[in-house]
Design a protein around this ligand. Structure first.
Ligand SMILES: Nc1ncnc2c1ncn2[C@@H]1O[C@H](COP(=O)(O)OP(=O)(O)OP(=O)(O)O)[C@@H](O)[C@H]1O
Length: 263
């Protein structure tokens, strides 16, 4: 079976009025079908750039990305994107917001509308389908964003710090919900996060990135007992703290190398 995402020798150079900046250099990794991978690393190491390239929003300078064995040539309905900010339209109801992604792909069928209603119910949002985003908490709004992404039936979800603006308790509940939902549907996902605990608790593997320019520094497999546990329980599993310390050590080493200064 072809990997869900195959990335090979990805190099990306941003060119602006100030000159050229190498954001990524020969980045490579594979995401198998149904696999959950997290990208962690210092600010500016190119995590969001990788997601944008997988999503077909920017074309890499060199290297290639394949989704299900086919080269990415532009945005595709196979890929869903979820961001830190929910970007819900304040003048549309929750149900209408959930349907936006589908509307962009064409006319919404009755079946798709039913699926959106069903997903809202699954996320505990059935009572607010007729309300407006301003009437919902941050956690509820992010659940709507998840419904909006899932209803287009993507094979791959790109999650760019989707929980980072939430309070700790809401974040744990959402991690759990997203993990269960994606596992049940056998979706593949790439999560960008600054939270090492979250990365380990949700993933099958964690990719630690280095910067200057952005590269893959380490790829660490999450041990099976942690992978099989829910994100909440994973934190109590043997091996969790050892892996946390290993990743922390990598990040600390990078920090020490650049002398603790932001460059
Ligand atoms: N459009 C652009 N033009 C020029 N440089 C850019 C552009 N977009 C990003 N960069 C630079 O490329 C590098 C990688 O950016 P990117 O947002 O991918 O990093 P990141 O790891 O996601 O960062 P963070 O953790 O802070 O979100 C950064 O140094 C950033 O300033």
């Amino acid at each position: 079976m072809k990997p869900a995402v195959g990335i090979r020798d990805l190099t990306h150079v941003y060119v602006s009025g100030k000159g050229a900046f190498v954001a990524l250099e020969r980045v490579g990794f594979t995401l198998e079908a149904g696999e959950f991978v997290s990208l962690v690393g210092p600010s500016g190491c190119g995590k969001t750039t990788i997601l944008s390239i997988i999503a077909g929003l920017i074309e890499p300078t060199e290297g290639n990305v394949e989704i299900g064995g086919r080269p990415v040539v532009g945005p595709s309905h196979k890929v869903g994107y979820m961001l830190q900010h929910d970007y819900l339209f304040p003048w549309r109801t929750i149900l209408a917001n959930s349907l936006i992604g589908l509307e962009l792909h064409g006319k919404v069928t009755g079946e798709q509308r039913k699926e959106a209603v069903r997903l809202l119910a699954e996320m505990g949002l059935e009572d607010v389908a007729g309300k407006y985003p301003g009437q919902l908490s941050g956690g509820m709004r992010q659940r709507v964003a998840l419904v909006r992404t899932l209803v287009t039936s993507p094979d791959i979800l790109l999650l760019d710090e989707p929980f980072s603006a939430l309070d700790y308790q809401t974040k744990l509940v959402l991690e759990q919900l997203v993990s269960e939902t994606l596992k049940a549907r056998r979706k593949s996902a790439v999560l960008v996060t600054h939270d090492i605990t979250e990365a380990i608790a949700m993933s099958d593997k964690v990719i630690v990135m280095d910067r200057g320019p952005g590269r893959v520094r380490r790829e660490l497999a999450v041990p099976e007992p942690i992978r099989e546990a829910s994100p909440m329980k994973a934190r109590e599993m043997p091996g969790f703290h050892a892996l946390f310390n290993e990743i922390w050590g990598e990040l600390e080493e990078m920090e020490a190398r650049r002398g603790g200064h932001d460059d």
